[in-house]
Ligand binder design. Structure first.
Ligand SMILES: Cc1ncc(COP(=O)(O)O)c(C=O)c1O
Length: 401
C-alpha cells in the first residue's frame, strides 16, 4: 500500500464525535467504555484513517496566504468534479452549469423536498432507512412512506417493486429519496434495479432525490451507477447529491454538491437553497475538494476500497463462523454492517440493549440499529485499521458473545 491505512490515530480531543461524543447523546451515541478499555469507534459514519495527503497539503497552502475574503468557486473546482464524475462514474455530458454547491447532502435533499412537496406530503423511502432521512422528513413536516427492502434467497437486500407501486398509488407519492449505495444495508444497486425503479417513477411521475454520498465507496467487484445515467428520463427527473466528505473524511469541513440536469428543477432547488443565505461555500472546503480530486485521491480511494473489502470479508466471516443467531447480509458498498441480532437475543434471553451495552462496556462503540428501523439490530462501522477490527472482534469473542 502506498498510503497509510494501518496507523492508529488518537482522535481524542481532536474534534471528533466518534470518540469524544460517547455518552453525550443517549439513544444516538454509544456509552463510554468501562475503565481499562480503549474506545474502538464503530458508529458515526466517518473513518479512522488519515486522509489522502493532498488534502492537508492543499489546505496548508491556502491557509498560508493570509487573506480569506469573499470568493467565487474556481474553474479548477468545477473541473475537478467533472473529471472525478467522468473517471469514477463514467458520467458524460456533465458541465459546470449542472453542478451546484450544498453545505451538506442532507441539506440538499431537504431543499429538493421543499421544491417538490407540500407540507404533509408523503415521500417514498426504503427501509431500513438512514436516520438523517427519517429525522429530517419529520422535522420538516413530511411523512416517510417506507417500502421495506427484503432479503432474497441469496441474502441480498432487494427492492420490492410491487410494494413500492402500491404505496406510490395509495399515497399519491410524487417524490422519492433513493439512497445509492444504500446506508445501512450496503447495497450497490444494479443497473436493472435502477432502471426498473426509475421506470416506476416515470409511470407515476415521481421525482427522485438520489443521495449518492456513498458512491465512491463500493467494495471490490461492485460498480456504482449514477441514477441519472440509466435513461434520459432519469436524467431529467433526478436531483443527485454527492460529496467528497464521506469518501475522504471531510465532514467537519462541510462541503457537498448537487448535479441536476433539468433546468427547471435546478433553478427551483438553487433558489430554495439560497433563501437562508447559509448555503455558502467555505474557501477551505473548496481547496479540500480540489486536493481530494487530485490523481493521488483516485489512488487513495482505490486502496481504501481494498482495505474496506478486507475488513468486511473478515468481519462477515467471523460473525458467520462464531456468532450463531447474528444475521448479516454482506455489504457491497459503504463500510457499514447491519446486524440482525434477533436470533441471538432470543436464544440468550437478552434484549438488544443488553447486547449493545455489553459491547460498549468493553470499548466496542457500535450503534443501536433502532434509529435506522432495525428493532433488534446493530450498525457497525468498519472504517478502521484492520488491527482494530480484529481487536474489536477479539473483545466481542471474549466478553460479549
Ligand atoms: C446516506 C447519507 N446521506 C447523507 C449523510 C449526511 O451527509 P451530510 O453530512 O453531507 O449532510 C449521510 C451521513 O452518514 C448518509 O449516510
Amino acid at each position: 500500500m502506498k498510503y497509510d491505512f494501518t496507523s492508529i490515530m488518537d482522535r481524542r480531543g481532536k474534534d471528533s464525535i466518534a470518540v469524544d461524543g460517547l455518552g453525550q447523546n443517549p439513544g444516538f451515541a454509544p456509552e463510554a467504555p468501562k475503565d481499562g478499555f480503549s474506545i474502538i469507534p464503530m458508529w458515526v459514519a466517518d473513518m479512522n484513517f488519515p486522509t489522502v495527503p493532498t488534502i492537508p497539503e492543499a489546505l496548508a497552502k491556502r491557509a498560508a496566504h493570509p487573506a480569506y475574503g469573499y470568493f467565487s468557486p474556481t474553474e479548477e473546482y468545477f473541473d475537478s468534479i467533472i473529471r472525478w464524475q467522468e473517471k469514477r462514474n463514467g458520467v458524460s455530458g456533465l458541465k459546470a452549469e449542472h453542478i451546484g454547491y450544498e453545505n451538506g447532502v442532507l441539506g440538499g435533499v431537504l431543499s429538493a423536498l421543499n421544491v417538490l412537496c407540500s407540507k404533509g406530503d408523503q415521500v417514498l423511502v426504503h427501509s431500513p432507512t438512514y436516520v438523517g432521512f427519517s429525522m429530517s422528513l419529520e422535522n420538516n413536516g413530511y411523512h416517510a412512506v417506507h417500502s421495506p427492502l427484503r432479503l432474497d434467497e441469496e441474502n441480498i437486500w432487494r427492492m420490492d417493486f410491487a410494494d413500492m407501486e402500491e404505496k406510490i398509488i395509495k399515497n399519491r407519492i410524487h417524490a422519492a429519496i433513493l439512497c445509492s449505495p444504500h446506508n445501512p444495508c450496503g447495497r450497490v444497486w444494479e443497473r436493472r434495479e435502477l432502471e426498473r425503479f426509475m421506470e416506476l417513477c416515470r409511470k407515476y411521475d415521481v421525482y427522485v432525490i438520489s443521495d449518492e454520498i456513498w458512491s465512491d465507496l463500493t467494495l471490490e467487484g461492485y460498480e456504482h451507477i449514477p441514477t441519472q445515467m440509466v435513461s434520459e428520463d432519469a436524467r431529467q427527473r433526478t436531483a443527485a447529491f454527492y460529496s467528497p466528505s464521506k469518501t475522504f473524511n471531510l465532514a467537519g469541513l462541510v462541503g457537498s454538491y448537487h448535479i441536476i440536469y433539468n433546468t427547471w428543477l435546478r433553478d427551483r432547488i438553487e433558489k430554495e437553497s439560497s433563501l437562508s443565505h447559509y448555503n455558502e461555500m467555505n474557501v477551505m472546503s473548496m481547496h479540500a475538494l480540489i486536493g481530494a480530486y487530485k490523481p493521488e485521491g483516485y489512488e487513495w480511494v482505490d486502496e481504501l476500497r481494498q482495505m474496506l473489502t478486507r475488513n468486511v470479508e473478515y468481519a462477515c466471516e467471523h460473525i458467520r463462523n462464531h456468532y450463531e443467531g447474528i444475521q448479516v447480509s454482506r455489504p457491497q458498498g459503504t463500510y457499514m454492517l447491519f446486524l440482525d441480532c434477533s436470533g441471538w437475543c432470543s436464544g440468550h434471553g437478552k434484549t438488544i440493549q443488553d447486547l449493545l451495552k455489553s459491547g460498549w462496556d468493553v470499548g466496542v462503540a457500535w450503534q443501536d440499529g433502532a434509529m435506522f428501523g432495525g428493532p433488534c439490530h446493530i450498525r457497525m462501522n468498519l472504517a478502521l485499521p484492520f488491527s482494530l477490527v480484529q481487536e474489536a472482534f477479539a473483545r466481542l469473542d471474549q466478553y460479549v458473545f
